[in-house]
Design a protein around this ligand. Structure first.
Ligand SMILES: *Cc1c(COP(=O)(O)O)cnc(C)c1O
Length: 398
């Protein structure tokens, strides 16, 4: 960034300028896509520039990592092939025999990795519904990591990161055992929340969602202030090879430059949609962190920028699975599809789509009933989105 290093620029300015140097050879204001896999050296082991081989580092990936680090108020960023690659890299960095504690309703793929893959490299996992209350009792002698997702998916429960971080600090003070706290910040994006500022050691993202924001790149990123952790992750990534392509890094960086505008618009619309749904006679419950009636709204006020609730809403529709199916098939602007965080609005039924793999009893104990509908609010005009929901509720609800 060609900025005055004495000035602390605000989020939107950093989103545009961090990791975005003017090309010194051509003056291009947008970085070229660097496809070269290898980089020339002047003498053996003395590279001409900052790069040697594109698996280890690449100009487009570097610039994207610089930008994400700035937005997450982190010293380091590390971009990976997907959000799932971030999860697997972090868990693979733990010694054999480690135990991790995870929040209860984490992303399905994260749950799958913890329960069906992690044990193959000697890591076991326990799940705790409410980390801020029940973490202490779940910690074992070999616990090395806590995985926290806030807001949770799809019921949008918000967890107090600083409370969880304090439990781990107290544990370290009394036992000498350091447990690292990882927060998956995919649902809020760095615009709404910066988990490192609340005590997390590592923040993880599926870039596929808000950071890229245009539903055309699968990618992941993590950020940290810890020198040793960063070194370990970078070493491991180079060894494993789970890297994003230069083109995807370039696209994700382009998407990131409008993150603040997109998230503000999505959150503003989502707030109005959640309020509309809350008073609708066909809706029995609305989960949205921006509502003052949300169970964890006090945490939202201190942990989210401007108390924004984000772009994700879930709600229970009267009429069971049938009404949920009818609603999600009747919307015209909200496309029936999995995923979230893009410019276009999406709608889905978690019980049979994103969370279909979880047994019914376990699913329902987490609030994922057959009549639960999840929406990802895009950046279309608010009034058009409201009208679309209104007409779909009329067609479907009992
Ligand atoms: C999508 C998602 C992931 C996984 O990311 P991919 O890029 O799809 O591999 C992890 N966590 C959350 C919260 C997600 O929404």
């Amino acid at each position: 960034m060609t900025q005055d290093s004495n000035v602390q620029y605000s989020f939107g300015t950093q989103a545009i300028h961090a990791g975005a140097p003017i090309d010194p050879h051509t003056g291009a204001v947008i970085e070229p896509i660097s496809l070269s896999t290898t980089f020339a050296q002047s003498q053996p082991s003395v590279p001409i520039g900052a790069f040697e081989y594109s698996r280890s580092s690449n100009p487009n990936r570097d610039n994207f990592e610089t930008a994400v680090a700035a937005l997450e108020k982190a010293k380091y960023g590390l971009a990976l092939a997907s959000g799932s690659a971030v999860t697997s890299l972090i868990i693979q960095s733990l010694p054999i025999g480690s135990h991790i504690v995870s929040g209860g309703d984490v992303y399905g793929g994260t749950h799958r990795y913890f329960t069906q893959v992690a044990h193959t490299h000697g890591v076991t996992a326990s799940f705790v519904g409410n980390l801020a209350n029940d973490l202490k009792a779940a910690i074992k002698e070999n616990t090395k990591l806590v995985w926290l997702e806030t807001p949770s998916n799809p019921t949008l429960t918000v967890t107090d990161i600083s409370k969880v971080s304090q439990i781990l600090k107290d544990h370290e003070a009394s036992t000498g055992n350091k447990i690292i706290l990882v927060v998956d910040n995919t649902f809020l994006s760095p615009y709404i929340s910066n988990p490192l500022s609340h005590g997390a050691d590592v923040v993880a993202h599926s870039v596929t969602k808000y950071i890229n924001g245009h539903s055309d790149v699968v990618m992941g990123v993590l950020a940290t202030n810890d020198d040793k952790l960063h070194e370990k992750f970078r070493f491991l990534q180079n060894a494993i090879g789970s890297i994003p392509s230069p083109f995807d890094s370039w696209l994700a960086h382009r998407g990131l430059k409008t993150l603040h505008l997109r998230v503000r618009q999505a959150a503003t619309s989502a707030q109005k949609i959640a309020e509309y749904l809350s008073q609708h006679h066909s809706v029995s419950r609305v989960n949205y962190p921006g509502l003052k009636t949300h169970a964890n709204h006090d945490v939202v006020v201190k942990q989210h920028r401007d108390s924004l609730g984000g772009g994700m809403i879930s709600f229970r529709i009267n009429g069971g699975a049938e009404a949920a199916a009818a609603f999600t098939s009747s919307t015209k602007l909200f496309t029936l599809a999995e995923s979230l965080g893009g410019i276009e609005s999406l709608v889905e039924v978690p019980a049979v789509m994103t969370h279909g793999g979880i047994p019914k009893a376990e699913r329902e104990s987490n609030g994922v009933f057959d009549d639960l509908v999840r929406i990802s609010v895009g950046i279309e005009e608010t009034d058009d989105l409201l009208r679309d929901i209104e007409q779909a509720l009329e067609k479907s609800a009992k």
